[in-house]
Design a protein. Structure first.
Length: 200
């Protein structure tokens, strides 16, 4: 773990301890470490429940990390806009001529250090493929993809391997498929295959 994403020092130890305590009494274990690199895109999966966001946020607190997430731009207006930004929200406006991928790439370019988490399924419902926006964000922003997971079958949440996207999306998706193959969401019946849209 690096200081790159750590929250304010006064909040570090107590909040980290509290988050780990909550995980422990819930029977969960935190595994792995966030790599010591300045920018990264994290894939948060499986995503089958509203609880996943809470699990990943608790994970970020337990490792004392400030992990950014995407949100609809209207959520960043008063009175809650400041809170959204404090929590790590990055606004995305889908009504502009600039597509969402380029907006997030611009956000990466505007930060010296940034860890952003995205749920590639894009929904809690059953889908027959993963969305590819996360991949093209990482490719265009020239940042590595770090695989982060929640596994309800083993009650584990943590960090897996990371890699730089090569541009060969089929080869890179094979790496992702292999890692997430044994990870089980809260609602397994809503967990679709990790395939590209054209392969569905």
């Amino acid at each position: 773990m690096t200081d790159s994403y750590r929250r304010p020092p006064e909040a570090n130890l107590f909040i980290s301890w509290l988050a780990r305590f909550i995980f422990r009494i819930a029977g969960w274990q935190v595994t792995g470490e966030i790599p010591n690199i300045p920018k990264m895109l994290m894939t948060g999966a499986p995503h089958t429940s509203n609880w996943d966001g809470a699990v990943f946020y608790l994970f970020s607190l337990s490792v004392r990390a400030h992990i950014y997430f995407l949100g609809k731009h209207t959520l960043f207006k008063p009175p809650f806009g400041g809170l959204m930004r404090w929590a790590g929200g990055v606004p995305v406006n889908r009504t502009t001529t600039v597509n969402a991928v380029d907006q997030v790439v611009e956000a990466f370019n505007a930060h010296e250090r940034m860890a952003l988490i995205i749920a590639p399924e894009g929904t809690r419902s059953l889908t027959d493929h993963w969305k590819t926006g996360f991949y093209y964000i990482a490719l265009k922003a020239k940042v590595p993809i770090v695989m982060v997971y929640d596994d309800y079958s083993r009650r584990r949440c943590g960090v897996g391997p990371h890699f730089m996207p090569s541009g060969d999306i089929h080869a890179d998706f094979k790496l992702i498929q292999d890692f997430y193959a044994d990870k089980v969401g809260r609602h397994p019946e809503k967990q679709g295959p990790i395939v590209l849209p054209q392969d569905a």
